[in-house]
Ligand binder design. Sequence first.
Ligand code: AMP
Ligand code: ZN
Length: 138
Amino acid sequence: MDDCIFCKIVKGEIPSFKVYEDDRVYAFADINPVSEGHTLIIPKAHAENLGEIAEADLMAIHRVSQKMYQAMRSALGADGVALVQANGKAVNQVVMHYHLHLIPRKNSESRLSVTSWELVPGDMDAIKVTSEKLAAVL
Ligand code: AMP
Ligand code: ZN
């Protein structure tokens, strides 16, 4: 896609700090890192979101995420790694080319807000109805 910033990164038209590349996948440093080592894994083929990405690209990205998890633990001393992936403006997707964030974190650092929401028990009847709605279309 001509006006997509991540497609431009894949083509080398915009610089990036490359971490990994294969025939389907490109991984590079996020330039607004939430923590040291914050990395994005993207498909080389443009797809906007989880609804559009080819299954083979999705599997390739998740295979790489496992390698990256090990690399973040061994090379950066990460104690934990959060995988975050936004689909749509409603959940704050800013770049409209599928990307998986890998955010490494050490025990000594403060918790990431995205992984530390308050546990407030829900309405069990409402949870049941919603679960059934989902189950009905799966
Ligand atoms: P989001 O779409 O909200 O999941 O996040 C988009 C991410 O892309 C943000 O974390 C940005 O810091 C990152 N980003 C945007 N432009 C670049 C770029 N040129 N190089 C690396 N990361 C980028
Ligand atoms: Zn793109």
